[in-house]
Design a protein around this ligand. Structure first.
Ligand code: M6P
Ligand code: ZN
Length: 197
């Protein structure tokens, strides 16, 4: 019988620290989004202008084990949304829909308090509370965004098909359908009419 030898400890492309949701390793990619890059998304433009554009709103670390566009492949990522508000609107991810509308996604919360906004079109927006351990199935044809409604960072993991492809333009041009604001300490959805943006 022939044997090949290989090192007992191979470097892993990525590892997950499940207690913190931290994704690390040579294959991990990172994107940081600051307030300046989220121009046009928060409805209270005057308040948006008053905050330092370099203020970090969220960071994503993710792993693409196959090239983007690969049919049948999967990507994996961790997103950390900082606590904070623009006026009364909670810090949130940009939000996107999938260009391939039959490519679903799963989110699961590691820590913090959040709200998953699911925009089904026509101004219909649904909320799912995000708390440690919550699981969220996101249909492929629904735009999605996560807002931090707590005082600590909101940390969640996501798994999505490598050929889903993100569409950000629709949200920039048409809006998301609603804004999540703090009213008397309670997360409240505000309609996204032409004057609200
Ligand atoms: C999750 C996934 C990623 C996404 C990230 C940040 O981790 O849905 O695909 O990139 O959240 O969201 P956005 O792309 O809207 O900035
Ligand atoms: Zn997605």
């Amino acid at each position: 019988m022939s044997r090949t030898s290989r090192p007992a400890v191979e470097e892993r492309p990525v590892t997950m620290d499940w207690s913190r949701g931290a994704l690390a390793g040579p294959a991990a990619q990172e994107r940081v989004r600051n307030l300046g890059q989220l121009q046009g998304l928060f409805y209270d433009v005057a308040s948006w202008r008053q905050i330092d554009p370099a203020k970090i709103v969220y960071r994503v670390r993710w792993w693409e084990p196959v090239p983007e566009g690969t049919e049948g492949g999967l990507f994996w990522g961790t997103t950390i949304v900082e606590p904070g508000r623009v006026g009364d609107e909670y810090f949130m991810t940009h939000g996107h829909s999938h260009l391939r509308g039959n490519r679903a996604e799963i989110y699961s919360t590691i820590s913090g308090e959040g709200s998953l906004l699911l925009s089904e079109g026509g101004g219909r927006v649904r909320l799912e509370p995000m708390t440690a351990g919550s699981m969220h199935y996101i249909r492929g044809d629904v735009a999605h965004r996560a807002a931090n409604v707590g005082e600590r960072p909101l940390v969640f993991v996501a798994c999505w098909p490598s050929d889903a492809r993100h569409d950000y333009g629709g949200i920039v041009s048409k809006g998301f359908g609603a804004h999540l604001v703090c009213r008397n300490g309670i997360p409240t959805l505000l309609g996204d009419g032409p004057n609200a943006r």
